[in-house]
Design a protein around this ligand. Structure first.
Ligand code: ADE
Length: 358
């Protein structure tokens, strides 16, 4: 049957260009982010309310001897969505296959992965809001009834086959829940938002990472880094590594408050955690567009960043910190932005030129 030819196609495809990263591979990966990833709820810091509800869902699924409901995690990047999916797999005692929507370009990419799943396994799809329509439609019956609807052949000889799949759990992650189609969102039984971390939680993340990497750090040093990590463990972990380089080369190796602050000043990470790109973006709105509103495309072109990076990486924290606002006419800054960037705030009005720099 023609289905066999298609199936071989998938097999060939999988060896040529496999969009799945196996969890065991990640386990032994020397990649920095992966080797410091917590593997259990006990070592996963923060998101405490979410952890508690997940533990209950996991226990219930185990008692029923059924896979966990499909889960959707949303929130800014770097808050631990992939890590949490790995922890869930560990707690359920199942394997996790990790991929991302941009890797599922052709129907056979998603079909190949679905057909490779075994009972109870977890499929993690990152950036799920970027899934194309065809892949989405393949996922609907797979998520709902564990069925793969496949069409084979061309025009007059087209055949439809319904292939049963083992029961699996899909974990989707997105930074843009609003861009997910309604039908896809509705197929997730559990939907959770990940929150920015507190300074205390980030400080614990930093000390845990320092411990794994054999970095000497005291409490105040950890807090100094946490304060400038934008509520994001991925940034905290990156900074602890950078600061440790400075501590080793310029000091005696130990990260103290002074060493952390000096290093972060040199790295041009300010006391809010803003980096050069953030400050350039905000200054542009203030100096060239009178504080805004100004369109995101205009901002992106002026500072030489792409729109997606601004929207996904820079903006979530700037919005939450109250340094940037989204309006129907574009982005604008707040009085706090002027103060934070050191503009002497003579009078903040819509008018041009009523502020000056210290
Ligand atoms: N590293 C990155 N995210 C973490 C978290 N939530 N807990 C502990 N270590 C982490």
């Amino acid at each position: 049957m023609s289905i066999i030819a298609d199936d071989n196609d998938f097999k060939r495809e999988k060896t040529e260009r496999n969009p799945v990263i196996k969890a065991e591979k990640i386990e032994f990966d020397k990649n920095f982010e992966n080797c410091i990833r917590p593997k259990s709820f006990d070592t996963y810091i923060g998101q405490s309310a979410l952890k508690e509800t997940l533990k209950i869902s996991i226990e219930a699924a185990k008692k029923r001897e059924l896979p966990l409901d499909h889960l959707l995690f949303y929130g800014p990047p770097g808050l631990g969505k992939t890590t949490l999916a790995g922890v869930i797999a560990e707690q359920m005692g199942v394997e996790i296959k990790i991929t991302s929507a941009p890797a599922l370009e052709r129907p056979r990419d998603i079909i190949g992965i679905l057909m490779s799943l075994k009972g109870g396994e977890i499929l993690f799809i990152d950036e799920i809001h970027r899934l194309n329509k065809v892949a989405e439609e393949i996922l609907y019956p797979a998520m709902e009834d564990f069925i793969l609807d496949m069409t084979t052949g061309k025009s007059q000889t087209v055949k439809t086959m319904r292939i049963p799949l083992p029961k699996f759990t899909l974990i989707g992650a997105t930074t843009k829940a609003g861009e997910l189609s309604g039908p896809l969102r509705d197929r997730f039984g559990i939907i959770h938002r990940l929150e920015f971390y507190t300074e205390e939680e980030l400080s614990q993340v930093i000390k845990r990472t320092a411990g794994i990497l054999n970095i000497d750090i005291d409490d105040k040093g950890a807090h100094a880094i946490a304060r400038r990590s934008r509520g994001t463990p991925r940034i905290a972990n990156r900074l602890v590594k950078r600061v440790s380089d400075f501590a080793l080369v310029k000091h005696d190796g130990k990260i103290t408050e002074d060493v952390a602050n000096q290093s972060l000043d040199i790295l041009k990470i300010d006391e809010f955690g803003l980096d050069t790109t953030d400050r350039t973006l905000l200054k542009l709105i203030i100096e060239k567009y009178d504080g805004g509103p100004v369109g995101i495309e205009t901002i992106a072109a002026a500072i030489g960043e792409d729109v997606r990076t601004i929207e996904d990486v820079c903006e979530p924290f700037l919005l939450q910190a109250g340094l940037l606002q989204r309006t129907p006419r574009g982005r604008k800054v707040s009085p706090e932005t002027y103060r934070h960037l050191g503009y002497k705030n003579i009078q903040i009005t819509e008018q041009k030129g009523l502020f000056e720099k210290h």
